[in-house]
Design a protein around this ligand. Structure first.
Ligand code: BES
Ligand code: MN
Ligand code: ZN
Length: 578
């Protein structure tokens, strides 16, 4: 199948189901410009445009699990200049640093805002913060219920000692969201105790990071629960950080990016029986149809990938019953000339069983391997946000090879030799090193699009998690400039990336006795050898950077997706806008 913006015909995606006892389930891929339509078997299945994911292929998968179509009410975010004491609503939250909590010898607050609030509350704030040992540390908070005031509760939320960091403000927003949830609040206001001292620029980024934290903190993924609860929070007012078009624009931007992050979380959280490669392809097509003024979708099926000689991708895809797709969205500004062409690539393994090198053993976490498409999810989340922000002067290609890594009689065996689309031959020494195999053909494909720079995101190696832990992603690139660009974008986006060495001498360990290379050597430094492997498929003309994000893509405490990578990628693309 080949889809693009100009298609007027409609296509039917027939899903092959391994269990013949289930009724024949089909699902429609609606055309790019087409309206909602009925399934050809008579049952109607409407694509949801109100919620983040379309899910329309999901019905056709195992277990009859159909995600609830949740219409999430938008949280209204506004910037205001009102006296804190005049504000009316459910919770007034004040972000305080450890310094703001300093007291004078009479144990009165030195900070003017806290002083004012405290005297209005008859010393309640200073009393409670002493009693509860609240010192403004990051992660600390106190919420007090108040009688007979304009607001029902007041909260102090710790920012720690370092101000002006995106992460601190976003965490503040998340804490407020949690407080709003437990108090069932519908309206909150947030202010900073020492906003006065901040530059206009810092005020804007503080406001936007807090808004992002509140929106993403309020989101709960309950699509798979029988009785989903809807969050109570409806409005957020940001006080004392300025008003007017500039801050409004910034808040609108953070709203778009946070809805992109939520979309990413939904994609990653969705189990592999729901989020099949076909479902992922449909999500991509849905995004393209929503923003058809700037996006086009090209979706290649297995036959078309064969024509392009993508033997490395097809080798991994060979075992799966659910059909595989190579997905390509293209963003072009609707007017003006294009000065820079970029590509974002994402690993789209909707389930990684390991293949014949099956994930067995205590630490292999096979049950978590629905998240192996987190890179792909970020690519689509960024596409969705960029299509709304509409940066000028930049063309962006979003590329995702999507398949499952399964086991079957048609599957690739350890020892098989695959031929990638650039002609290079790969001896598959480990079927569980599949991410680099599918990305190999994606890198060849992207290299031919005339892009100057490309970034790939992948939950690629356990070795990177061993090296950097669960909160920090590794970046690998031969380009100093691109490393700098992406690290700066991550700083603005509030995400933790660390540059790792592309140690060329390790390539020695990836040589094959019979083919051009093996796909996995020893586990020592595997995050590096995996990167060196992918470098074999990058055109020398193109600057390339790889992000290994197996750790930070997942919140291991809450057992849910984080959406990691989205803000950084959107920032990086916007840097190239002219
Ligand atoms: N998807 C995994 C990597 C992974 C593991 C990400 C755990 C997040 C959490 C990848 O496909 C994989 O299996 N890598 C192997 C490579 C090895 C066989 C060379 C690994 O890291 O063990
Ligand atoms: Mn694997
Ligand atoms: Zn994998």
């Amino acid at each position: 199948m080949f889809f693009n913006k100009n298609d007027t015909k409609r296509y039917l995606l027939q899903l092959h189901h391994p269990l013949s006892c289930l009724p024949l389930l089909t699902s429609c891929l609606h055309s790019i410009n087409g309206p909602l339509q009925k399934l050809n078997n008579g049952s109607s299945q409407i694509l949801s445009f109100g919620s983040y994911m379309a899910h329309s292929v999901a019905l056709a998968t195992l277990g009859l699990t159909k995600p609830n179509q949740i219409q999430r009410p938008k949280i209204l975010i506004a910037a205001r200049e009102v006296d804190l004491l005049e504000w009316k609503g459910d919770i007034l939250a004040v972000g305080v640093t450890e310094k703001d909590m300093a007291r004078d010898p009479n144990s009165k607050f030195q900070n003017l805002i806290l002083q004012k609030l405290d005297s209005k509350l008859g010393g309640l704030l200073s009393e409670a913060s002493s009693e509860e040992d609240f010192s403004g540390k990051s992660g600390q908070s106190i919420v007090l219920r108040l009688p007979a005031l304009g607001f029902k509760r007041i909260g102090l939320v710790g920012l720690g000692s370092v101000v002006s960091s995106t992460i601190a403000y976003r965490t503040l927003g998340e804490t407020i969201a949690a407080a709003a949830k437990s108090a069932q609040a519908s309206s909150v206001a947030v202010a900073l105790a020492s906003a006065e001292g901040l530059s206009v620029e810092s005020k804007l980024s503080a406001a936007s990071a807090m808004a992002t934290g509140i929106v993403s903190g309020t989101f709960e993924d309950n699509r798979f629960k029988l009785e989903p609860k809807t969050p109570t929070l409806k409005s957020v007012e940001i006080l004392g950080l300025g008003t007017g078009p500039e801050i409004e624009k910034k808040l609108k931007y953070s709203e778009v990016v946070s809805s992109g992050v939520i979309f990413v979380k939904e994609l990653v959280n969705a189990p592999a029986n729901v989020l099949t490669p076909g479902a992922l392809a449909e999500e991509a097509k849905n995004i393209a149809s929503l923003y058809s003024d700037v996006l086009t979708a090209t979706i290649l099926d297995v036959e078309q990938c064969k024509e392009l000689k993508m033997g490395s991708f097809l080798g991994v895809a060979a075992a799966a019953t659910n059909p595989s797709y190579f997905i390509h969205l293209c963003y072009k500004p609707s007017s003006g000339s294009v000065k820079t062409k970029l590509a974002l690539l994402g690993k789209g393994i909707t389930f990684d069983s390991g293949g014949y090198n099956l994930k067995i053993g205590a630490n292999s976490s096979i049950e978590l391997m629905k998240k192996d498409m987190a890179g792909a999810a970020v690519v689509f989340g960024a596409a969705k946000a960029i299509a709304q922000i509409k940066p000028a002067g930049v063309e962006v290609h979003f590329i995702v090879p999507a398949c499952e890594n399964m086991i079957s009689g048609t599957g690739m065996r350890p020892g098989d030799i695959l031929t990638a689309s650039n002609g290079k031959r790969i001896e598959v020494t480990d079927t569980d090193a599949e991410g680099r195999l599918i990305l190999a053909d994606a890198l060849v494909y992207a290299s031919k699009l005339g892009v100057e720079k490309m970034v790939d995101l992948a939950t690629l190696t356990g070795a990177c998690i061993t090296a950097l832990g669960r909160s920090v992603a590794g970046i690998f690139t031969p380009s100093e400039d691109l490393a700098k660009e992406v690290l700066e974008a991550a700083d603005v986006g509030g995400e933790k990336l660390w540059r790792m060495p592309l140690e060329e001498s390790y390539w020695e360990t990836m040589k094959s006795s019979i083919a051009d290379m093996i796909n996995a050597g020893s586990l020592d430094g595997d995050a590096i050898t995996a990167s060196l492997f992918m470098k074999q498929f990058v055109d020398e003309e193109v600057e390339w950077l790889h992000i290994d994000m197996g750790g930070p893509a997942w919140d291991y405490k809450k057992n849910i997706a984080t959406g990691f990578g989205t803000t950084t990628m959107v920032e990086w693309v916007l840097k190239h806008s002219s």
